[in-house]
Each structure stands twice: as C-alpha cells, then as structure tokens.
Design a protein around this ligand. Structure first.
Ligand code: NDP
Length: 507
C-alpha cells in the first residue's frame, strides 16, 4: 500500500539501468527495503538483479568503452558537461534527494541536506579535472621521445555501502567518468533508491548509453559476478574490511585493479591543554553523526589524565542534550540504526562493555515508547576507562558507542592510537601546535585532523592505512585511481641500426 513520507510517495522504486534503459530483473523478483525509522513501512521496492543482469550491464559498459561511444574517451567536453550538469541537477533536486537518503538510511535531514551538497561538490570538482588529464613528455639525449599519456582504466565495477550513499557513490562515479571510464554500479541493498535517484539524474545529462549502468541485487550474486568478470578492468569497493579482504584476494587472482575503502576505529587524542568546549564539540560531531555509522566515526576518545574529568563532564553534558528521533524532524540530531541486525550488534557491544566493568557515562539503552517502538533507536552511549586492547577498543561497532581511554603522555597517546588493525582517520587536539603536528605525523592513518573532526574536502583525499583500505578517493589522487599511464616511445634518431640493436644484430 502506497503511503506518503512528507514529499515522497512510498514505496520508492529502483529499476535496473542497463545501456540507458530502465528495466526489470531477469529473476522477475523485487526486494523490499523497510524504513528503519518505522519498519511497518516499505521505503523502497528494488529489482532483484541476477548474475544474468550483471552480465548484461557489464557487456553494455564493455561495448561502450571498447567502441568509444560518442568519442567518450577523448571528448573531455562531453564528460565535463555530464559531470557539471549532474552537480546542477543534484542541487536543483536537493530536497528530494535528501529525503530519499534520510528515509533509506535513517539519517537526520540536518545531515542528509549537507550530504547532497557534498556529493554535488564532488561532481563539480571532477568536471573541472575532466579536461586536464595532461601527460608528460621527455626528450632523451638521442632525440628520442618518451610520451606518458593517461588513459582510462576501462570498465569499472563499483560496489558501494549504505551509510552515506550519495557521497560514497559520487567519489567513485565522478572521477571514473572524468577519466573516461565506463561503469557498473552495484548499490548497497539498504539504499537502492538513493543510488537510483542519482543515476536517474546523470541519465538526463547527455551521457551516452552504456557508460553508466546500475544493477541492484544481492552482493553475493550481483557483486560477485562483477568481481569475477574478466570484462571488468577495475573494482572500486567501499564496505566492511572482511568483505574487502575477500574482494581484494579475488581481484588479485585476476590481477584486476582494485581499490578498497574499508572499516575504521578512529582515535581522537585530546591533550591537557585543549580547549575543552571546542574539543568536546568536535569529538561529539565525529561520535554521533549518522548514529556513529561512519567509517571515520570517532570511536575512541584518548584523553590525557589532567583534562579527563573536565572534558568528560562537558562531553557527557552535550551528549545528553542530543535529540534522538525521527530523521525527518528538523530538530533531530540522531536517527535510528540501519537495521535489526545492526541494532543487535550495537546492543551486544553495550552488554559487553557493561560485563567488562567499563564505566557507562551515558546512554546504553534501546529507546522505546511512542515514536521509537517501530524503529532501531539506541541511545548515544559512552564508556569510560576502556581497555584499548578489549573488543570495545579494537572492533568496528558502526553505531553510537564510544570508548574513552585515559593516557599519561604523548608517547602513550601515540601507542594507543596506533594499537589497532585500522588506520583510516584520527584527530588530535592540543594548543601546542608542534606537538599536535608531531603526533599527527606519528599516527598511522590516511587523514589526521588537528583542531577539527570529519572535514572531508573534495580537494583533499580519503583512504586508509593498514586494514582500512588500499588507494585514495577524492582530489587528484582519486582521479589517478581510474587512470592507467601508458608510455609511447618514439625514435628520434632515424637510424636503421641503433647501438642497442648491436646486442642482437652484428651488421
Ligand atoms: P558490506 O561490506 O556489508 O557491504 C558493502 C557492499 O558490498 C554492499 O553493496 C554489499 O551488497 C556488497 N557485498 C556484500 N558481500 C559481497 C560479496 N560477497 N561480493 C560482492 N559484494 C558484496 O558493508 P556495509 O554496506 O555494511 O558498509 C559498512 C562498512 O563500510 C563499514 O565497515 C564501514 O567502515 C565501511 N565504510 C568504509 C568507508 C571508507 O571510506 N573507508 C566509507 C563508508 C563505509 P549488499 O548490500 O547487497 O549486501
């Protein structure tokens, strides 16, 4: 039964998009995505793609690339136009896009709206780079010339997560299109409509048929086919470290290019001389944005002993003021978790923290009562005195549960920050800039924020050390991930017999 969620008519729908045509799955089946804020409601019905559907999409992308459809590979002006029009269309449709993201993810509108702006910024940025794929040229003493030209990597299979569906997709699609690649996207099954809404807009920009294809469906079927296919040149994956390890191993068997954006366990190191209020706000932003369901979420607060009591008093006071509620409500700070299974994982971590005797400073409960009974709502939760070696200090929770661990000095802070398998992001707060910089250099993570948290400018980079991934998204580095470098060597001597040939030919 259709219903309304504000401006949206439910359920939303996600078809397949193959070779510019919207279609149904070969299985004849659809799958339903429930509304995580009210599970009695179906948010989306999506086509349940099959292996056959994935193959058709890969074939379309392959044909578009190998046939250089509409001169896609060389016509940077067309690629620029597609990307800049996408950015404009996203801004024109920002309210609808934000509502769709908010609905499927359970993300508060106050976070979903800037999420759309950030995704549009990514398209705009790469529109500016599409015409700047300069190579290099070098002339040897002999007069021979080396030309290094940049070429698109080919057909890219993209497997995306649900937590920030539009920026995560934009970080892959925009640079891949700027580079001249063709694409098959397998969206997370929790957020098919959000991904489709973006693809639908891109289809309106004049993009040639076959360049961008979408196949919703199970990761184990559609995703697995994309990874296995010899017709796919590169896999760009964002998701859990466990899934990423398997995908990396499989891609390695085919020597397929692969970039992996995986999990995190970010530390935020706060020294005695920090500004208590500013550091508390920065930490809370990282801790509870999108209910902590973020790869770069602040999951470990490492706090120096001298500031510990003052800082935690402020952090707890601010946390208690957070409004947990329906994501569509303008005042909501934190919405529900994505699913029943994620709620169970979060509750198990809370029970574990209590069983270990860590001090529960605030939160710890599933919310119930009016407005909460049909959604996956858990309180923002902070444990103090956490042993960094425990599961709360080591494992990615992907929820609003934070571990606080006090430290004595700089050396211990660095040791604790690095004592995890992950290395995605970190934060440092100290009034002593040389110290903050020193610590930032010693933490093994792809991004370290000083006096800030979770800033992700498109001009910068995103990516992890250690088990947080391989490769970098955003900025120039994000574009390079979708390019091959080819050397074209041209003789400049005009000689029939050149010195090196003498190694084989005597006259
Ligand atoms: P998952 O690894 O469960 O899923 C990610 C994607 O992989 C989904 O599209 C999923 O499909 C697909 N997938 C699952 N199994 C397979 C398979 N066997 N073969 C191919 N594809 C598969 O991660 P989540 O969606 O739960 O995302 C959360 C995780 O992502 C967290 O660990 C988080 O840290 C990480 N992440 C990392 C980021 C980074 O930049 N480093 C950014 C955002 C998230 P389906 O949905 O159908 O199962």
């Amino acid at each position: 039964m259709a219903s309304d969620d504000g401006a949206l008519r439910l359920p939303l729908y996600c078809p397949l998009v193959v070779n510019g045509e919207e279609g149904k799955a070969a299985s004849g089946r659809q799958f339903a995505r429930e509304n995580p804020a009210n599970v009695r409601e179906i948010a989306t019905l999506a086509e349940e793609g099959t292996q056959e559907d994935a193959r058709a999409a890969i074939d379309a992308a392959r044909k578009a690339f190998d046939g250089n459809v509409s001169n896609w590979i060389y016509n940077y002006k067309l690629r620029e136009q597609v990307l800049s029009r996408t950015a404009r269309l996203m801004r024109d449709n920002a309210d609808r896009l934000a509502r769709v993201v908010s609905l499927e993810v359970g993300m508060p509108m106050r976070q979903a709206v800037p999420h759309i702006g950030a995704a549009a910024d990514i398209f705009e940025f790469y529109a500016g780079l599409a015409g700047k794929l300069y190579g290099e040229s070098f002339t040897l003493p002999s007069g021979s010339m080396i030309n290094l030209v940049k070429e698109p990597v080919g057909v890219v299979g993209m497997i995306t997560p649900w937590n920030f569906p539009l920026t995560q997709t934009a970080r892959k699609v925009a640079p891949a299109l700027a580079a001249g690649c063709t694409v098959v996207i397998k969206p997370a099954s929790y957020t098919p409509a959000a991904t489709y809404e973006l693809v639908k807009l891109i289809q309106q920009t004049g993009i040639p048929n076959g360049v961008l294809n979408l196949v919703p469906g199970p990761g184990s079927i559609v995703g697995a086919e994309i990874i296995a296919s010899k017709k796919v040149d590169k896999i760009s994956f964002t998701g859990e470290t466990g899934t990423g390890k398997r995908i990396g191993a499989q891609a390695g068997m085919e020597v397929k290019r692969v970039s992996l954006e995986l999990g995190g366990k970010a530390p935020y190191v706060i020294f005695d001389d920090a500004d208590v209020d500013a550091a508390s706000r920065a930490a809370i932003f990282g801790m509870f944005r999108n209910a902590g369901q973020a790869c770069g979420a602040t999951t470990r607060l490492l706090v120096q002993e001298g500031i510990h009591a003052r800082l935690m008093a402020r952090v707890v006071a601010l946390t208690r003021k957070l409004e947990v509620g329906h994501p569509s409500k303008p005042s909501t700070d934190m919405g529900p978790l994505i699913s029943a299974s994620q709620e169970k994982v979060v509750q198990e971590f809370i029970e574990y923290g209590q069983a270990q005797g860590f001090r529960l400073l605030t939160g710890g409960k599933k919310l119930s009562g009016e407005g909460f009974d049909h959604g996956y709502y858990v309180e923002p939760t902070i444990f103090d005195g956490v042993d960094n070696a425990s599961r709360l200090g080591q494992e990615e929770i992907f929820g609003p549960v934070v571990a606080v661990t006090p430290f004595r000095d700089e050396a211990e802070a660095v040791e604790l920050a690095n004592a995890v398998d992950f290395g995605l992001v970190a934060g440092v707060w100290s009034a002593d800039y040389p110290r903050a910089l020193r610590v930032a250099r010693k933490i093994r993570a792809g991004t370290v924020w000083i006096w800030d948290n979770y800033a992700q400018p498109v001009e910068g980079i995103w990516g992890g050390y250690k088990q947080s991934g391989m490769g970098r998204e955003l900025g120039y580095h994000g574009l390079n991930d979708f390019l091959e470098v080819k050397q074209i060597f041209t003789d400049g001597t005009g000689l029939a017999m050149k010195a090196p040939y003498g190694q084989v030919i005597k006259e």
